[in-house]
Design a protein around this ligand. Structure first.
Ligand code: CP
Ligand code: NVA
Length: 303
């Protein structure tokens, strides 16, 4: 049966650690720059309706370095933009290529695609979730801390796709997650309702409610792709949630600052924090390449 990766809970805890092992193996080969044949003879499409730097490039490079062939399709250049149905597109694409990585707006759309597709579908971000990012973020935390148990994660800002996926991932892995969001921008209600262990999540609208014992302090943009019309309103509402020295006054000395990037410096975070020794955002972004390799080998059962 084909394996899709549409949400973080499509993987089990054991599978996540298996992907981490593969990821670690590929990262250890970093300097060799060798092209392997794990994805030999496989053609993998990237169908994107939103911009991307990291996700697109890390997947394209990963596929290439694993001996496969990536094809990028901007969805506005396809017949989807002229009204061809997801059902027909998914069924036709399945006849040409071996897997498809999709970045789009609605989670339902990607689920519909997966339903009609004969090939694996990977979610490269929707308005609701960003599972390939969070898979990488857990790997980065694991790499830095050597464990995932007993880590305390604090997310501050918009209850968006990153926040929703982080919450579901923490539920899956049994990690404590504390979230500070304005009342109007809380995480998705269904995500909260469907938690298997409600105790892992604490939520507050007080920006510095969960700073003191946080091992990880994570934020993301206040204006996600698709939210641009609300930009001015959001900048006002989120002002107090900016990650700066004042907000982090009570933080542990060795907290790690994370951000999926792109960052909007001077909005959700200031230079002083994102450029500080506590910040691991560049390593976090670098690991995207290796976790994509781990994920692809797992999905295509090539290791
Ligand atoms: N973090 C992330 O997904 O970045 P891109 O939008 O550049 O792919
Ligand atoms: N929340 C952001 C993540 C970008 C990688 C967005 O959806 O635009």
């Amino acid at each position: 049966m084909k394996k899709d990766f549409l949400k973080i809970k499509d993987l089990s805890k054991e599978e996540i650690f298996r992907i981490f092992d593969i990821t670690k193996y590929f990262k250890s080969l970093k300097k060799e720059k060798k092209i392997t044949d794990h994805l030999k003879n496989l053609t993998i499409g990237l169908l994107f309706s939103k911009p991307s730097t990291r996700t697109r490039l890390s997947f394209e490079v990963a596929i290439y370095q694993l001996g496969g062939f990536p094809i990028y399709l901007a969805s506005e250049s396809t017949q989807i933009s002229r009204g061809e149905s997801i059902k027909d597109t998914a069924r036709v694409i399945s006849k040409y290529i071996d897997g498809i990585i999709i970045r789009t707006y609605s989670q339902e759309e990607i689920e519909e695609f997966a339903k009609y597709s004969e090939i694996p579908v990977i979610n490269a971000l929707t308005d609701l979730y960003h599972p390939v990012q969070i898979l990488c973020d857990f790997y980065t935390i694991y790499e830095k801390k050597g464990i995932l148990e007993n880590i305390k994660i604090t997310y501050i800002g918009d209850g968006n796709n990153i926040c929703n996926t982080l919450i579901e991932g923490c539920d899956l892995l049994g990690i404590e997650i504390r979230v500070s969001c304005p009342e109007e921008y809380m995480p998705d209600e269904k995500v909260i309702k469907n938690l298997s262990n409600k105790k892992i999540l604490k939520i507050s609208s007080i920006p510095d409610a969960f700073i003191e014992d946080a091992d990880i302090i994570y934020t993301d943009t206040w204006v996600s792709m698709g939210d641009e019309k609300e930009r001015e309103k959001r900048l006002k509402i989120f002002k107090e949630y900016q990650i700066n020295k004042k907000l982090l006054k009570k933080a542990k000395k060795d907290f790690l600052f994370m951000h999926c990037l792109p960052a909007h410096r001077g909005e959700e975070v200031v230079d002083e924090i994102i450029d500080s020794p506590n910040s691991i955002v560049i390593e976090q972004a670098e690991n995207r390449l290796y976790t994509q390799k781990g994920l692809l080998c797992f999905i295509f059962e090539k290791i």
